[in-house]
Design a protein around this ligand. Structure first.
Ligand SMILES: NC(=O)c1ccc[n+]([C@@H]2O[C@H](COP(=O)([O-])OP(=O)(O)OC[C@H]3O[C@@H](n4cnc5c(N)ncnc54)[C@H](O)[C@@H]3O)[C@@H](O)[C@H]2O)c1
Ligand SMILES: [Zn+2]
Length: 405
């Protein structure tokens, strides 16, 4: 038996933000990030709509990119004081994910971060509040997923929280919010969405309900991401839908080791001055992981189907896999994303020597590999890598080497 869960309601299209007027409740807390929503007037609009719905509104502002455990705990404390019956999270994946974790702590004040990390072990929510998510980036799809990613900065590690309990009740997918994204954010979040769709399609938990969503998302992202990156706002609106479809798929089909590796490399080199941004990490690792997973017959066939839907040609599955890898690498080039960690600059752009020194990477490699194998996303990957294989794979991601094992 398997379960397929999505938000109860999804409002989409330009102006969908106005739906906030129809929420029923007394008090809403609005959780936002660093200021993009405020600067662009969306925060004010949201507040006004909620007040029109008769609600008292409190703001939790300033959730940082890759939110920390501390941010979650502080936000939950504010919620415990205010006692909202709606949590409205608006912005990129970071504030929405942080709000999901605050929600757990608000409903269960004794719950520790370790408790939250138990996969599919979150207690029943919605006793105090319902959750509405409004994305302003086109990638994570956290507005429809059962996941939240929180970073433990003491360890430099990202932990995915996973349970259908944290699937939002209402998602508002309004493309106007995504129009202000700078190019780099379009690139990174777009490749995050592409990775979600491809990993979901080859995941061992794929099924008849998740496959069409993944395939349609892949076709749309292939067509729309580069035009969106180049400023075409119709393509930007399509991408907002496409990433959401990818999310509906992976929330129910789960992901694979591209995400395991991205989670465990994202913040681990922060002492050298930067993060490897989630979407960029995925974009660099995805072609390597496809080559690795394609040694599994079922996965190889499934990559072949993806290549067919993308119209890439190829006479057999080997050729199709090679063409898929080639296509994704070309997308990285077009989006100004490096192909490997060695060439990943502190500003995320390609450069000769990136911000992660070779000796530091090699020294931390065994523990990164161990952590990646233990990540929640590894369980549904078509191949289970050994410690040695994971280290080799990560080395290929550092040096941009071909994967032949
Ligand atoms: N929950 C999930 O299912 C899931 C899936 C994938 C990734 N994630 C996590 O989500 C986080 C990344 O989220 P993200 O990629 O959406 O970025 P983000 O939320 O970290 O935002 C990145 C930056 O973009 C700015 N920004 C957001 N929207 C904007 C807009 N419309 N215009 C201008 N600036 C804008 C933010 O202020 C921030 O500075 C990571 O922590 C990642 O691990 C979660
Ligand atoms: Zn992702």
């Amino acid at each position: 038996m398997a379960r397929f869960t999505l938000p109860r309601d999804l409002y989409h299209g330009k102006g969908a933000l106005e739906t906030l007027k129809t929420l029923k409740g007394k008090k809403a807390v609005v959780v936002v990030g660093g200021g993009a929503m405020k600067r662009n007037g969306f925060l004010q609009k949201a507040e006004d709509y909620l007040k029109e719905a008769g609600m008292e509104v409190m703001l939790i502002e300033g959730v940082e990119p890759d939110p920390s455990v501390t941010t979650v705990m502080n936000g939950a404390a504010k919620m415990l004081e205010f006692e909202p019956d709606w949590i409205v999270a608006m912005g990129g994946g970071s504030p929405i994910d942080a709000a999901k974790a605050m929600w757990i702590k608000y409903e269960y004040p004794d719950c520790t971060f370790e408790d939250m990390c138990k996969i599919f072990g979150i207690p029943e929510l919605r006793k105090k509040a319902h959750f509405c998510a409004i994305p302003s980036t086109s990638g994570t799809a956290t507005e429809v997923t059962a996941f939240s990613v929180i970073t433990d900065y003491d360890k430099g590690i990202k932990y995915p929280l996973a349970d259908f309990e944290i699937t939002p009740d209402v998602a508002i997918v309004d493309p106007e919010l995504a129009e202000t994204m700078p190019q780099k954010l379009v690139a990174h979040t777009g490749m995050d969405a592409m990775t979600h769709a491809i990993e979901a399609y080859v995941s061992t938990a794929n099924n008849d309900y998740t496959d069409p969503l993944a395939i349609h998302a892949i076709e749309m992202i292939m067509k729309e991401l580069i035009p969106s990156y180049n400023g075409d706002m119709d393509a930007r609106a399509k991408m907002h839908n496409a990433q959401c479809l990818a999310g509906m798929s992976f929330s129910n089909a789960l992901l694979g080791i591209v995400h395991s590796m991205a989670h465990k490399t994202g913040a681990i080199f922060q002492d050298y001055g930067a993060h490897i941004i989630h979407g960029a990490a995925n974009a660099m690792y995805l072609p390597k992981v496809i080559a690795f997973n394609a040694k599994d017959e079922t996965a190889k066939k499934r990559y072949g189907v993806i290549a067919d839907y993308m119209g890439l040609g190829g006479a057999n599955d080997e050729e199709k896999v090679a063409l898929l890898i080639q296509y994704l690498r070309k997308m990285n080039d077009d989006l100004n994303i490096p192909q490997c960690i060695k060439n990943y600059g502190a500003d995320s752009y390609p450069c000769e020597q990136g911000f992660v020194p070779e000796e530091v990477f090699l020294e931390r490699l065994p523990s990164i590999a161990k952590e990646a194998i233990g990540d929640a996303c590894t369980g549904s990957n078509p191949r289970t890598p050994s410690q040695e294989e994971m280290e080799k794979l990560l080395k290929c991601c550092y040096y941009d080497l071909e994967v032949d094992f």
